[in-house]
Write a protein that binds this ligand. Structure first.
Ligand code: B12
Length: 424
């Protein structure tokens, strides 16, 4: 008997199965990190964080229910505000719907007030998806992006709403014609989201224009995700691997196919790579071997309620000593370049460094827009890089594009940052 137990333990290890107390402790620390993030005052509740908490094994039901209420008030109001400004809210609305679904909330009872009309959330999402579909028909891309378009399909599908064959076909077509990019390169995150959306349609046997074409798109996505695997196990980068694993699991991959990616995620967690709650929220379901498709059958019954916030576990940030020199080059849309120099405290975020540079009145100015990932650099030296013009301020250091935003990227050594108005 004992030999049998040892043998099955060894087998599990060989297959790369995450098991044991180390893995449990890792999950618990991420869960607690997310739970702490929902308590941060002055930040908008984040539906992606809610989904991750709800897809976890251990819960703090009181905090989760409080967070759901915040989403239904503050996040809901923020969506209505965007609608009043004439913005499309596809991605945020889809995440909001998935968050409500994750808490088994009755979706028909929640309405959006828009143009003096009261519409159920799903009805409004359906309308925006139609608008996006028209935009793809005329300009070959959605007004938002294919990541949000995929989220829209996923939210409708998971909520049991029929997705029109025209809407799904536009995504299938984009996958087949390699139109899914992040800046210049193939976007692993968007392929992952598209994979989950299309897999949901397949599982639900939703009518599509051409079943063989759907199968081909799913096979291409799976292959591209597997091809994106780096030598260190990541798929794409540290911030796309969680979604890639979720998608592969949803598409029926065996655990062995994801083992090295899961190992890379665990190593990242130990290194402290994921401090942005949005990043944690995309990684945690994968570590629980769950995907957004699990929301379809979520029942919210007999849930564990043992998760607590460990009072001492908040990591202490030690002040660092010394200054480092920073060079900031701004390249505007017409190619004109200007260079600024400043010394900043070692370990400052790029956001803090840019603020110091702005305060020095050297002629450098900037402003940001808030997003679920934090501040998004939108205006530099009075020039706006607009989503409507398909432009953004791309940030790189020493010629390498940053994999984090200005608030998360830390200046640990002297370097040269380039902020370039780029078309995408
Ligand atoms: C599409 C996309 C873009 C588009 C956004 C515009 C558009 N309409 O398509 C473009 C190409 C402009 C872009 C730019 C960047 N991106 Co981007 N992007 C995404 C992607 C694929 C989807 C975002 C989305 O629509 N979410 C859905 C909606 C509901 O959420 P949202 O918060 O409202 O969405 C807005 C923000 O996410 C914002 N945004 C997009 N990227 C980033 C990055 C940061 C750091 C911030 C603060 C905001 C932000 O644009 C979205 C649309 O308005 C995500 C993938 C992912 N896993 O989330 C990566 C992702 C968020 N991006 C990332 C990065 C690194 C960047 C850049 C910093 C790259 C660079 N070196 O310049 C820049 C941002 C620089 C800046 N100006 O501040 C990383 C962030 C990782 C991290 N730890 O912070 C991600 C996770 C991709 C990855 N795996 O590396 N991005």
């Amino acid at each position: 008997m004992i030999t049998l137990i040892i043998a099955s333990g060894l087998l599990a290890l060989a297959a790369g199965k995450p098991c044991g107390s180390d893995h449990k402790a890792l999950l618990q620390s991420l869960n607690q990190q997310l739970l702490r993030s929902v308590d941060t005052p002055d930040t908008l509740p984040n539906p992606s964080v809610h989904i991750a908490l709800r897809l976890s094994t251990h819960h703090n039901l009181a905090k989760e229910s409080q967070h759901l209420n915040h989403l239904k008030t503050e996040f809901h109001d923020d969506i209505e505000k965007s609608l009043r400004n004439g913005e499309l809210v596809v991605g945020r609305l889809a995440l909001y719907i998935l968050a409500l679904k994750s808490s088994c909330h009755d979706l028909q009872s929640v309405h959006l007030n828009h143009n003096e009309m009261k519409e159920p959330l799903l009805t409004h999402l359906k309308k925006e998806m139609e608008e996006e579909k028209q935009n793809i028909a005329f300009s070959h891309r959605p007004k938002t992006n294919y990541y949000q378009y995929s989220l829209g399909i996923l939210a409708l599908c998971v909520s049991g709403v029929r997705v029109s064959t025209h809407v799904s076909h536009k995504l299938i077509h984009a996958v087949e014609h390699r139109q899914i990019k992040h800046g210049e390169s193939l976007c692993v995150d968007t392929h992952a989201m598209a994979g989950m959306a299309l897999q949901c349609l397949k599982n639900e046997e939703t009518a599509v224009k051409d079943t063989a074409e759907l199968d081909r798109a799913l096979a291409s996505i799976k292959q591209r995700l597997l091809d994106s695997k780096r030598a260190d196990g990541h798929m794409g980068n540290e911030f796309s691997t969680g979604l890639a694993v979720q998608a592969l699991l949803a598409m029926g991959s065996q655990m062995e196919e994801c083992a090295s990616a899961l190992e890379a995620l665990r190593a990242d967690v130990k290194k402290g790579t994921y401090h942005n709650p949005m990043a944690v929220s995309q990684v945690l379901p994968a570590l629980h071997q769950q995907s957004y498709l699990h929301l379809k059958s979520k029942e919210c019954r007999n849930e564990d309620d043992s998760l607590t916030i460990d009072a001492d576990s908040a990591s202490e940030v030690l002040p660092s000593h010394g200054q480092v020199s920073l060079q900031v080059e701004v390249i505007k849309s017409d190619g004109a370049s200007s260079v600024f120099s400043i010394n900043v405290p070692k370990g400052s975020s790029l956001f803090e460094a840019l603020n110091l540079l702005q305060d020095k009145l050297t002629g450098f100015t900037f402003s940001t827009e808030s997003s679920l990932w934090g501040p998004f650099l939108s205006v530099v030296n009075e020039e706006q890089a607009r989503q409507t013009d398909r432009r953004y301020w791309q940030v790189s250091s020493g010629g390498t594009s940053l994999t984090q935003g200005i608030n998360d990227y830390k200046i640990d050594s002297a370097q040269s940052i380039t902020i370039k108005n780029t078309e995408y």
